[in-house]
Ligand binder design. Sequence first.
Ligand code: CTP
Length: 396
Amino acid sequence: MAEKRILLIVGGGIAAYKALELTRLLRKAGVGVRPILTQAGAQFVTPLSLSALAEDKVYGDLFSLTDEAEMGHIELSRSADLVVVAPATADLMAKAANGLANDLASTTLLATDKPVLMAPAMNVRMWEHPATRRNLETLKRDGVLFVGPDEGAMACGEYGPGRMAEPAAIFEAVMAALGSGARPLAGKRAIVTAGPTAEPIDPVRLITNRSSGKQGYAIAAALAALGAEVTLVSGPTALPAPAGVKRVDVETAREMLAACESALPADIAVCVAAVADWRPESQGDRKIKKGDGGPPPIALVENPDILATLSKAATRPRLVVGFAAETNDVEAHARAKLAKKGCDWIVANDVSVEGTMGGDENAVAIVTRAGIERWERMAKGEVARRLAQRIAEELQ
Ligand code: CTP
């Protein structure tokens, strides 16, 4: 990514502060960031902070003679591989959808010949207004890519969709868009399972686990970035669906298996979900009361193994990849799992490494019948991109 460069348009919204973190993440990954700060954006973040993090000059004024002498606005609009608008305010979206060009940001959006990725951020009523709906449809038809918005509590005190996607999610969408030149997985179908499963004990209680879903979502995004048609079968997580991925939400292991089976045939299956090994044998339709009998016994039965089932399906995907969380004897355990489940690769995850469980980094080794490849510790997004690349090479 060292030679890649983005033009980052920071619009005027409270979410502008997240553009600073996005800039930091991109610079850390070696992506060049050239910022344009709108007048309204400058009410929320200062040119100095943006410039310091981007390690570049901040552009703001369409009619600045100095800017024009150094680089004209047309050249500026084409000087990057991708134009990112974060936050994309209702105003910026409306201008871009209608071809208005009365400041540097809107002129750049009209003049550019590069792909554009927008991260919308606005009040829920503004997001749901028919005008914004129309603008969104127009922009999508024009080929603009979108990440978010998320649903949640807003700075204005309301709740709903309109909150800008988190910097990490925008970062992933940028990396996917930048990598989208090469599409070695075009025409291939992939199933990815992610997140925990939740097994009901009664209508209000569950057995679940702490899986965040981050690694699985990153893999789904990375496969889609290489051109695969991805179905992400996800247990309950707090994550937004990655751009360009079909997400199917499930709760239990049995629902997850059914969703995977109905996504067949596929070329690739990557099982990253932390599936509950057992579920309560019976789930009453009434809440269990405390009563006098002491704690109720909860009889458990084994859940179906999704990875093993897909590995021996009549329409088996050509490449089936499982994950294994290990704390010791990583290679031996991964080999045993490869044999037991009948998959092609096991991505062994050394969870004894501090900060990997639930965190943003992972230390993995790829175990195949041919041998083992150890990867250094890296961000989950990077693990995902390298794995997607390896999968693409395998299916050549
Ligand atoms: N898996 C699955 N369905 C299950 C259980 C696990 O698809 N019912 C998949 C996971 O998505 C992962 C792999 O199998 O790809 C992990 O296997 P598992 O035997 O559950 O591994 P561990 O939890 O590491 O097992 P153990 O407790 O035996 O170490």
